[in-house]
Design a protein around this ligand. Structure first.
Ligand SMILES: Nc1ncnc2c1ncn2[C@@H]1O[C@H](COP(=O)(O)OP(=O)(O)OP(=O)(O)O)[C@@H](O)[C@H]1O
Length: 366
């Protein structure tokens, strides 16, 4: 495993007790405010020493309490991106980018050109941070972290300070980063749409402990986590391939359980995507509906039904090899006699999926 974390630390009344293993790619740390995300990131970075445990990245032990071993912060080769860009105001973008590199004694304009291109910041190199938008500044901060050639990138709510358009401007660059560099990233966020877009692996924290850890596909379609994800935000992701673009503005996707028609997605035929389908946008029918405006009607099987406290239930549906969630009323579940194994159809409007719910640049193994 790329990332192996097992740490315990007491902070006042709060006890952090977290263990998980994560593969290559983006590992999202997801949890409510105060669940211990930042404390965990600080322990990995070496900014706060755990009372106990072990941290290893790509086979190298950075911290081992029992062995009395702790690699100092500056020697951990970890890049850190915070909520605010924290650029040096008196240095232009080029010198900000090279700062971490110089500190590590690395040279090379070639690397700078590559990172500037990757993050779309080449036209900004001569500017001072004061002349950058929030989104541009954050891309520079990511570039600066990358240029220090870290073996792990820690990103603590890197988009939280940005408005929605600025967030949407950066997300494609983070997708490129995930696809092109293969650098392991520990990504803290309490924004589920961001997590669904970027994460290959998710660790859900609750009160300082790991509630669950697993692949993004498995966790986002787990009905037992809906209370943490939030009812309105809960939704699974489907892996898809672009089958073609149609003249009326729709894109046809192949998924393991059939075809999906969505508003045009700007991706080449054959491209692999991940599409987030919110639980509240899925209708369940026990017969194939006819004469209905929704374009997506997929054969499915009920895998689980989970009751909440209110009038709703969450149904987990198997669609081909994937699982999706449907949020319906208990009354509907009873009327349709839904239970584990019931054959049904998952019905979804095309327009329910917005472009920001589509993740691009997936690696084959992701
Ligand atoms: N130095 C400290 N001393 C005592 N308690 C602390 C200290 N640092 C953090 N805590 C407590 O530890 C808990 C976890 O905090 P942490 O910042 O890790 O949570 P978080 O999940 O990152 O929250 P947020 O999303 O709000 O940033 C909180 O209850 C916090 O009050």
């Amino acid at each position: 495993m790329t990332l192996s974390v097992d740490v315990r630390k007491r902070q006042g009344a709060f006890q952090l007790d977290v263990a998980f293993e994560a593969p290559d790619g983006v590992t999202a740390l997801f949890g409510r405010s105060g669940s211990g995300k930042t404390s965990l990131v600080n322990a990995v970075a070496g900014l706060a020493a755990p009372d106990n445990g072990r941290v290893a990245v790509q086979g190298e032990t950075l911290f081992d309490a029992r062995a009395g071993h702790s690699v100092p912060v500056h020697a951990r080769r970890i890049g850190y991106v915070f909520q605010e860009a924290r650029l040096f105001p008196h240095l232009d973008v080029r010198r900000n980018l090279l700062y971490g590199r110089r500190a590590r004694g690395l040279s090379g304009e070639g690397a700078l050109d590559h990172v500037a291109e990757l993050l779309g910041i080449a036209p900004l190199l001569a500017r001072r941070p004061g002349a950058l938008s929030g989104g541009e500044a954050q891309r520079v901060a990511i570039g600066r972290a990358l240029l220090s050639e870290p073996r792990l990138l820690l990103m603590d709510e890197p988009l939280a300070a940005l408005d929605a358009p600025r967030k949407n401007e950066i997300l494609p660059y983070l997708e490129r980063l995930r696809a092109e560099t293969g650098l392991p990233i520990l990504y803290v966020s309490h924004n589920l749409s961001e997590v669904a877009r970027l994460a290959t692996h998710i660790v859900v924290l609750e009160e300082g402990r790991v509630l669950k850890s697993g692949s993004a596909e498995a966790l986002l379609s787990d009905p037992s986590l809906v209370h943490v994800m939030g009812l309105r935000e809960a939704g699974a992701v489907l892996t898809a391939e672009v089958a073609g673009h149609e003249a009326d503005g729709l894109t046809e996707l192949r998924i393991s359980g059939g075809r999906l028609y969505l508003p045009r997605i700007d991706a080449a035929e054959g491209a692999r995507l991940r599409v987030r389908i919110l639980a509240q946008d899925v209708i369940v029918a026990t017969e194939r509906p006819e004469n209905i405006s929704a374009l997506n009607v997929l054969p499915a099987t009920v895998r689980a039904i989970r009751r909440g406290e209110g009038p709703g239930v969450i149904a987990q549906l198997q669609v081909g090899e994937d699982a999706i969630l449907a949020r319906i009323t208990q009354r509907s579940a009873e009327t349709l006699a839904l239970s584990e194994g019931t054959a049904c159809f998952a019905v979804m409007k095309s327009v329910a999926v917005s472009p920001t719910d589509v993740s691009q640049g997936l690696r084959r193994e992701a």
